[in-house]
Structure formats: structure tokens, C-alpha cells
Design a protein around this ligand. Structure first.
Ligand SMILES: [Zn+2]
Length: 313
């Protein structure tokens, strides 16, 4: 009989392989945004779900008061993320906040918590992380992945460190039920997470509490918060300004109107998908027709719009 430890390691290795992600190939690239603010992103071509840059973007505010970190990427690349942080600062990583629950933003949590970071997130995000994994063979989950400090909707949670004022701004159910925007007031930067994305069509994770209506509200709120020169930094894709939100929101509203019309005509989800209602936008959405979920990211988006409208949401 094989020893139990070996079996566990095998199961853990299978679970860790992810969906075709080549973790060994991922490099962590650093972009300086302001004198003490940096964005870290995975390199292209290693993550089938995020072809342009593996995993979710990380924010690093550095300085004498220690490192403040936004999101934690895949656990398999934590050592590379740490090496990239150490090129910026030798100070301890004091705080880590998650913009939302998805593994490309939270899977590395436990690794950074064990280095001493205090993990904060929305109460809803903690609940989402606690849900049993869909895969019964998944490796046991580390309690250190869970936020220690949580907050709900309401006024922003504020941090004052390294000459910066950082606001954790809770967002009503949008990309997920526990989204947070992270604003760096002096740098005039807002990390907006994944309710906006310009690589692939929008993804609203209704299984984790996301809603179409909430995502549209979050876009409106972003436009209110941002000045004309504020840099808005999504979890994936290129950095944008307030003006870029307008065509994105119009695209969502355009697809929503088309799907609503077809629902009124009694069309089924399959018929709506077959009608390719995103066609007018496909040329402007890089990665929009790449695989995501069961079909393309356009299919995933249209199915979500259909089920949200059908459910009266
Ligand atoms: Zn993401």
C-alpha cells in the first residue's frame, strides 16, 4: 500500500496544476506607476484564461512604513512575486487586501500571510472563500488564506502610510459579491478589480454573488470617483482613464438591450447565443472570442446577461 503522504502529494499536485496554466513559465513583470507605487503582472502566453498576462494584477505601495499589497496572484508564483517585491523594497509586507475572491487574485494569500501580512477583505469575500470547493479531490485548504479583518458596505477603510492615503472602497455586488476598489489618493490611481476588463468580454460571477446591475452601478461609481487624469487599473488588461469607461458601459447596455429584446420575442438562451449579439463589438474587444468557460468569453458574457435579465435582476 502506498503511503498516505505520497497519495496526498499526488492529489495536491493534480489540484495545483490548474487549467493548463504553465506556472514555471510565468515571469513577474514590474511597472512603476508613481514614485512609490508599482504594479506587478504575470507574463503573457502561460495562462490560457488570461493570455495577455498570467493571473491578476498586483499593486505594491512601498516605503519606510512597510509594504501595502493589493491581491496575491496564484500561489504557485508567490516566490517570484516576493522576488519582484524585494527588488522594490526590503521592508516587511504589512498589509494585503483582496479586490475579489477569484484564485488569480487570492490563491497566494496564505503564503504572504505566513510572511507576516495582515489580510483584509470584504466579509462577503471571506464567506466566498469559505465555500466548499466544487472539486471533491481538491487539496485541504489553508486557513491562512482567509481575511483576518473584514468590512462590509459603507465608508471606505482608510490607510495612511508611506505618505499615501489608501482607501478600500467597497462595491455593491458587481464582478462578485465582495468587490473592493483600492484608491491611492496622492498617486491619483484606483485599482478597480475585475468589474471592468478590456481583455475579453466582461465576466460577472453570479455564482459568487456578482450581478449585472451592480457591475453597471460600479462603472457609474468609478466615473464619479475618478477625475479626467485618474489612472484606473483593472485586474487584467491595459490601464485606462474615466473616458474609457463610457464605450465599455455602452457596449454592456447595447448587448443588454439586444438580449432583452430577444427575451421579449420568446427566444431561448441557445437562440440568443446563436445570434452573436456581440458581433458589432468583437473587433474592439481583444481576446473577446478566446475560450472562457464552456465557450468564448463573448458566449459567457451573453449567457450571463440572458440569465440575469431572465431572472429579473
Ligand atoms: Zn481576475
Amino acid at each position: 500500500m502506498k503511503n498516505a503522504g505520497q497519495i496526498f502529494l499526488f492529489v495536491a499536485a493534480v489540484a495545483a496544476r490548474g487549467q493548463g496554466i504553465d506556472y514555471a513559465k510565468i515571469e513577474i513583470l514590474t511597472e512603476k506607476i508613481a514614485p512609490n507605487l508599482y504594479m506587478l503582472a504575470g507574463s503573457a502566453g502561460a495562462d490560457p484564461g488570461h493570455q495577455d498576462a498570467a493571473g491578476g494584477r498586483i499593486g505594491i505601495l512601498a516605503g519606510p512604513d512597510g509594504v501595502f499589497m493589493v491581491d496575491a496572484q496564484y500561489a504557485q508564483v508567490s516566490d517570484k512575486v516576493l522576488a519582484a517585491i524585494r527588488k522594490i523594497s526590503a521592508e516587511p509586507i504589512r498589509f494585503l487586501v483582496n479586490t475579489h475572491v477569484h484564485g488569480d487574485h487570492t490563491a497566494g494569500n496564505a503564503n504572504f500571510v505566513k510572511m507576516g501580512a495582515l489580510l483584509l477583505a470584504r466579509e462577503e469575500l471571506r464567506d466566498e472563500l469559505l465555500r466548499p470547493p466544487a472539486n471533491a479531490n481538491a487539496a485541504p485548504r489553508d486557513p491562512a488564506r482567509l481575511p483576518v479583518v473584514t468590512y462590509g458596505l459603507g465608508d471606505p477603510v482608510k490607510f495612511r502610510m508611506n505618505g499615501e492615503v489608501v482607501d478600500l472602497i467597497p462595491v455593491r455586488a458587481a464582478h462578485t459579491g465582495g468587490d473592493t476598489m483600492v484608491r491611492f489618493e496622492n498617486a491619483d490611481v484606483i485599482m478597480i478589480g475585475d468589474f471592468y476588463r478590456n481583455y475579453g468580454y466582461p465576466f460577472i460571477d453570479t455564482n459568487n454573488g456578482g450581478t449585472l446591475k451592480g457591475a453597471l452601478e460600479a462603472l457609474d461609481e468609478t466615473m464619479k470617483l475618478a477625475g479626467p487624469n485618474t489612472r484606473l487599473i483593472p485586474g487584467h488588461g491595459t490601464i485606462i482613464n474615466r473616458a474609457d469607461i463610457v464605450p465599455y458601459r455602452d457596449m454592456i447596455l447595447g448587448v443588454q438591450a439586444k438580449v432583452q429584446q430577444m427575451i421579449r420575442e420568446g427566444k431561448s438562451e441557445q437562440e440568443v447565443l446563436a445570434a452573436k449579439v456581440t458581433a458589432p463589438y468583437d473587433a474592439k474587444v481583444p481576446g473577446g472570442l478566446l475560450p472562457a468557460g464552456a465557450g468564448t468569453s463573448a458566449d459567457r458574457f451573453v449567457s450571463m446577461v440572458y440569465s440575469q435579465l431572465k431572472g429579473g435582476k
